[in-house]
Design a protein around this ligand. Structure first.
Ligand SMILES: [Zn+2]
Length: 120
């Protein structure tokens, strides 16, 4: 991963994480989960997926998974491991990261993964 691209993708991820946070918040407010909101308020964002896991509706699950993926990508950046496929360790194609900075798999592994998921 060329170093020059990472700061840009990092900024994108940081922006998206705030959007996801707001979306989850809004969803819970509308659904009337006020106790859960209070609980989330008292925890850092990095604990949210864990807290939300017990309450998942399909809609909330999609948002929570996305939040997790973004957090994972950001911590990979911190560790210098960003942009590596989680299945085969090769570099994820640059254009794919530009499409989705939180992507965890290269094009090849992603295809295998999606096919396996469809069968399950
Ligand atoms: Zn791969």
């Amino acid at each position: 991963m060329p170093q020059s691209l990472t700061p840009m993708l990092r900024a994108q991820l940081l922006e998206e994480i705030q959007q996801q946070r707001a979306a989850i918040y809004q969803y819970l407010q509308q659904a009337g989960y006020s106790n859960l909101l209070l609980k989330l308020d008292s925890h850092p964002l990095s604990h949210w997926p864990e807290l939300l896991n017990q309450w998942l509706t399909p809609e909330l699950e999609a948002k929570t998974r996305r939040l997790e993926a973004i957090q994972a990508a950001l911590s990979q950046m911190d560790m210098g491991l960003y942009g590596l496929c989680c299945d085969c360790d090769s570099r994820i194609e640059r254009h794919l990261l530009q499409q989705d900075p939180a992507r965890q798999r290269c094009a090849h592994c992603d295809k295998l993964y999606s096919a396996a998921k469809k069968q399950a």
